[in-house]
Structures are given as C-alpha cells and as structure tokens.
Design a protein around this ligand. Structure first.
Ligand SMILES: [Zn+2]
Length: 465
C-alpha cells in the first residue's frame, strides 16, 4: 500500500465517522406554538387555547397547553392570536408580472426571470405559502431555487407553457409573426421561452403537454375559450375542439395529473367538463345547466373576482380592444353570482394577477381577498384559499411536488405552512390585507395583520418579538 493511499484512506474514514456521528446526533428541529386559537382551514369556529408542535417541515401534534417540545425547541407564543394555514393562490402567473404582452415579448429572459423572483417573494410575504402557477415560465427554474431554500417564495405547482389554439387566448403573436407549425420558424419570444405555445391538433397538443410534463409541470393549463386581456381571441369564441381537449386530458392523465382550462362561455365549459377537465378557470358567463354539470362532475370553480370589479377599467395596460371586450364580458356575467350562491360549487381562491407591475399585483391580491369575502363571506374565502385549494392541489397525484402531507389545513402530518394573524379572520379579513380599494390603494410592503409566516417549517416573517 502506498503511503499516499494510506493517508487518503485514513482521511476518508475519519470524515466518514464524523459524518455518521453528526447524523446520529441530529435531532429534528422543533417549533412549539403555544396558546393559539386555530382556524384549521375548514371549521366555522376557532379552536381556542391550543398548542401546535412542528417538527422539521410537518405538523407533528396538536394539543392543549400541556403539549411540550424537546429541549432546545423554538417556542412561539401566539398569545391568543389566530394560527391558520398559509394562503393558497390557485391561479397565479409569477413569471408574468410585467406590464403588458409587449413588455414580455420585448424582454430578455433574465428580466423575466428576475421579475419572477421578485413576485415569488412578494406573494410569500403577503402570506401566500403556495401558488398554483396557471402558466408562464415559473416553475421550471425559480421553483427549484425556492424549494431548496435559496430564494424566498411560495411552494409552486407549475403548469409550464400555457397551451392555446392558434388565435386562442394564449396566441399572443403579432399578426405578421410566423406560425412555427406551418413555417418551422419561431418569431415569438413568448413561445421561444416556453411561456405559451399556440398548438393545434391532437399530435401537437400531445407533444406540447408532454414537453410541459418533462420540464416539471404538475398540471396542465389550456385555453378553452376567449378572454379579455388579449387581441385575437373573440370573447364569445370556444377554444379547442372536444378531441383536442381530450388529447390534453389524456396526456395529463397518463402522468396521473389533470388539466385546468381558461374559459367563460357555457358551451366551452360543458365541452371541457365532458373531456375530463376538472378545474374551470374563470367561468364568468356560466349558466344554470352548466353549473349543475360542474357540480355533478365534482369539478372546481376557480374564478378571479377582480374580473367583475368596476375598478378593472382603470388597469393602465388595457388596450382599446381589451376595453371593448371587457364591456361585452360584463354583460355576460349577470348570472355568475346568483348561480354560484345557489349551487355552491367547490370554489378555490384565484387571483390571476397578470401583465401588471409588482405594485399593482400587491393591490390586486388585497382587493381579490376583499371581493371574495364581500360576495361569499369570510369562511368561504378562507376555505377556498386553504383546505379546498389543498384538495385540488392533491389531484396532481404522483406528480405532486410536495407529497409528504396535505397543504392548506392544520392537522397532524400536514405541511407546516402557517400564519399567525392578529384577531379572528372569520370576522375580519382586513388582517389578511383585504382592501376594498384596488388601483387607488396606497403602496404597501407585506400585511401588518400577519405577524408570522412559516413555510415548510421555516419562519420567513416574525413581528411578534
Ligand atoms: Zn390567468
């Protein structure tokens, strides 16, 4: 044996034994929350005077004041404040926090990436510990850095590139841009960067869905009808044929996950439900027959209510065509509130802040919370933004990027994504930032009523001290 080898072996053995020792000695990290009133994500009443023990990134035990932790655990005194699950935004576009499609089309990748990083931190610091990204580039890169704790941000359920038909809601190309399916040339920045793909026909859709899944999408987002914020997809139009929609659902199902679809018209919603879509995004023009079908199928309604707000007309980036479409859309929304209140479908909370500045997105989150509480009540908002959202997130099955426990609920074994808020959110949503004002609201950083933010067992904000 050469001397060199011997020294190396001894050094390696020494390292090995130190590592084993360190592993044996490593105790789980514990945080004990004491004297908390718990909103668990479901119940219409708080459970008062509870202690909650978090071990590493999961909730280990919920008990009364006799519940204790290991020596050396961090103790956080709730002091009779409310402990609740972190909020969940089920329709987010972290990668599209830029003022208008032209801004994204003209941006270099690094500007878009940097904007995504800023947005991720602002969502988290408003108490959103999870977002379902409804399309754009976030997820494939930023998610990785957030998940390993290098960047502050919420858990991300990415959808990858938004898929739409040519001239659909995510076909943001200029009139003169070439269609890569016809020309083999990709002129659009948005397509090149996998933010959205205009793909038609079963084969192209299968390829696009599988590309998204390969890049890490946990569910798939398609555009099943026209919208307001774009130029070439009429508001009344239906996207994707039933066979094209089925192609997306089949490819997603083969990976154990589901499809969410942007649509508004009854005919589009019915077609999507028929094809197996389980998450109906927006659905403003829904009618009685369609909401019954949605309920029968057990699908989820994911509507951003800022779409119904008069304030929307103040959005600076609206073009004259957007304004015209918004006027038509408003007439189509008449039945939305009465029908949702009558049939009470499963609702998830969805902000859909997109193509805005960071400051406007801050305002939109606050206004969306206010709108949901105002129309459906505080408990409905709280469930939609916690436990019901968590239930839909779990439909990602084996693709669930966070498979260790449920999200959006305070129970044993759930992820430790927790907020401590002043007072009782069942009675007052302003402690979570709810604001009647939208664009006229003053600029803010974070939410004063949220005293502590924990995600994955890590405390990101604590103003209790
Ligand atoms: Zn959207």
């Amino acid at each position: 044996m050469s001397k060199k080898f011997y020294i190396g072996t001894v050094a390696a053995l020494a390292l090995f034994s130190t590592a084993t020792l360190a592993q044996d000695e490593k105790k789980p990290q514990q945080v004990l929350f004491t004297n908390c009133n718990i909103f668990d994500g479901k119940a219409d009443k708080l459970a008062n005077g509870k202690n909650v023990l978090v071990e590493d990134n999961l909730i280990k035990t919920i008990g009364d004041k006799t519940l204790n932790a290991n020596d050396g655990a961090t103790v956080v005194e709730c002091g009779g404040r409310t402990l609740m699950p972190g909020l969940i935004d089920m329709h987010s576009h972290l990668g599209l926090q830029m003022p208008g499609i032209a801004a994204v089309e003209n941006a270099l990748w690094e500007e878009i990436a940097a904007n995504t990083v800023i947005a991720a931190e602002r969502w988290l610091m408003d108490g959103f510990t999870t977002v379902r990204d409804a399309g754009g580039m976030s997820g494939k890169g930023v998610k990785k850095l957030v998940d390993r704790g290098d960047l502050p941000g919420p858990r991300i359920y990415p959808s990858g590139a938004i898929l739409s038909q040519t001239s659909g809601h995510a076909d943001t190309r200029t009139l003169s841009a070439r269609n890569p399916l016809l020309s083999g040339v990709m002129d659009s920045n948005i397509e090149r960067l996998d933010i959205a793909h205009a793909v038609d026909g079963r084969d192209s859709i299968l390829a696009a869905v599988r590309r998204n899944l390969k890049q890490g999408a946990s569910q798939i987002k398609i555009m099943g009808g026209g919208g307001v914020a774009t130029e070439y997809d009429p508001w009344h139009s239906t996207g994707y044929t039933i066979d094209e929609t089925r192609a997306a659902v089949e490819a997603a199902k083969d990976y154990g996950t589901y499809v969410m679809s942007h649509l508004n018209q009854p005919v589009s919603i019915q077609r999507a439900l028929e094809a197996g879509v389980i998450s109906i995004e927006h659905g403003f023009a829904i009618d009685e027959e369609t909401i019954q079908m949605l309920d029968d199928k057990g699908a989820y309604l994911s509507t951003q209510l800022t779409g119904t707000s008069e304030e929307l007309f103040k959005l600076p980036s609206l073009t004259s065509e957007n304004r015209r479409k918004l006027g038509i859309a408003r007439d189509d929304m008449k039945n939305y509130f009465p029908l949702v209140k009558k049939y009470k479908p499963k609702q998830v909370f969805a902000i859909d802040a997109v193509l805005t500045t960071h400051a406007q997105a801050d305002q939109q989150r606050a206004h969306e919370i206010w709108l949901f509480g105002h129309h459906f009540g505080n408990l409905e908002f709280l469930k939609a933004a916690t436990s019901t959202a968590g239930e839909l997130l779990a439909k990602t099955g084996d693709l669930n990027p966070y498979p260790l426990g449920p999200i959006g609920i305070i129970e044993q074994g759930a992820y430790a994504d927790l907020l401590i808020v002043d007072d009782n959110p069942l009675e007052d949503l302003s402690i979570l930032g709810a604001n009647k004002l939208w664009y006229d609201a003053p600029p803010r950083k974070g939410v004063e009523g949220i005293k502590l933010i924990m995600k994955d067992g890590v405390i990101y904000k604590n103003t209790l001290k």
